[in-house]
Design a protein around this ligand. Structure first.
Ligand SMILES: Cc1ncc(COP(=O)(O)O)c(C=O)c1O
Length: 371
């Protein structure tokens, strides 16, 4: 039985008719740019996230870039971020004119370590980009306190964490609604994925939301008048239609991912050589990825591949060691916890449509490897 890392065809089988109808409505209308579906999706996603504003844009990368553009970074301005994340997080800091400052992670959650952030603050620090990696939220309480104390922007990269929640002071707070802005990705493999690229920025401040709406449309509040230079970064109406048709299923899909994760964790907790992922007690995880730490990881990866079990290393080369950031002066040894993670992690199939027999097959192939 071949088990892919992700099976979007299975999802399409379940919701494809609804999505096709939503797409056909846009096609019949021939209204592809800033159609009503965009505003409806913005409202619904903002609602589910507990944010005042949702601002659709062309990708999760642009959601970060547009957010960072609002910091008006000057050469030499620093933005603190983890190195254990997808490239876009730091690429956007660079492209907005800032210098990424990489700090180490909490080895349990793989998210930013607030104490490491505190040690990295300098007089040039302008902001923090916290990443809610693999579907659970970073320790937002201490990060918000730190940002407040030093008057820093705090951007939540929630590309992998739509709808993830964290209990703070007795109530649930949703990913993307707590920072200066929160950024989402609708890349097809995400928990809520489009039929192409798409993204959204969440914000609570009215003036900031207004500026972001301008920046995604070439910086102009009205046609042919430009207050500042922005981007062409609209969310496609077709993508908004696809996402609106899928959105009612998101909560069930995330619950299924959590249930699969429990199944894996119960079975793998007793497997020598494997450390299952740790969910922070305060978090409700959405398991965008189910990422174990594994002894002899590369050999296990080969064994899984030979047994047709999909898997992937997120991320094999942390951002502080990427060739494009060599001039920042980091070396192997600069971020030991990040480097241990990149040498040990392996993500397993966790998509909602997985069956118990598929889960058990993945578990038995792993158990067989460790004898
Ligand atoms: C943590 C993180 N940040 C940013 C992005 C960028 O999103 P997109 O691919 O939609 O540009 C991604 C997704 O790939 C991501 O996983």
């Amino acid at each position: 039985m071949a088990i892919p890392l992700l099976d979007l065809v299975a999802q399409h089988g379940a919701v494809g008719d609804d999505v096709q109808r939503a797409v056909a409505a846009v096609v019949d209308r021939q209204g592809f740019i800033m159609g009503p579906e965009v505003a409806t999706l913005e409202r619904r996603v903002a609602e589910l996230s507990g944010a005042r504003h949702g601002i659709g844009c062309a990708s999760g990368t642009d959601a970060l870039l547009l957010s960072l553009r609002c910091l008006d970074l000057q050469p030499g301005d620093e933005v603190i971020t983890p190195a254990f994340t997808f490239f876009a997080t730091a690429g956007a800091i660079h492209n907005a004119g800032g210098t990424p400052v990489f700090v180490d992670i909490d080895p349990d959650t793989f998210c930013l370590d607030p104490e490491a952030v505190a040690s990295a603050v300098t007089s040039r620090t302008r902001g923090i980009v916290a990443v809610h990696l693999f579907g659970q939220m970073a320790a937002m309480g201490p990060l918000m306190e730190l940002a407040g104390r030093h008057d820093l922007a705090l951007i939540e990269d929630a590309a992998q964490a739509i709808g993830a929640r964290r209990r703070m002071e007795g109530s649930w707070r949703v990913a993307g609604s707590l920072g200066t802005t929160g950024t989402l990705s609708f890349f097809p493999t995400k928990n809520l994925g489009g039929w192409g690229d798409g993204g959204m920025i969440l914000a609570n401040d009215d003036a900031l939301a207004e500026r972001l709406r301008r920046l995604r449309l070439h910086g102009g509040a009205s046609e042919y008048r430009h207050e500042e230079v922005g981007l062409n970064s609209r969310l496609d109406t077709l993508q908004a239609a696809v996402l609106l048709a899928k959105l009612p299923h998101l909560a069930d899909w995330s619950a299924l991912r959590r249930s699969h994760a429990n199944h894996y964790t119960e079975a793998l907790a007793t497997c020598p050589g494997v450390r299952p992922p740790v969910a922070d007690q305060a978090n409700e995880h959405i398991f965008h990825q189910y990422t174990i730490r594994a002894e002899r990881r590369d050999e296990l990866q080969g064994h899984l591949a030979r047994n047709d079990v999909g898997n992937k290393i997120y991320y094999p080369l942390a951002l502080h060691l990427q060739p494009c950031f060599a001039d920042l002066g980091y070396r192997r040894g600069s971020l030991p916890l990040t480097e241990a993670a990149m040498d040990e992690v392996l993500s397993l199939p966790i998509y909602p449509e997985l069956t118990d027999s598929q889960l058990n097959r993945v578990i038995s192939v792993i158990r067989e490897f460790y004898g």
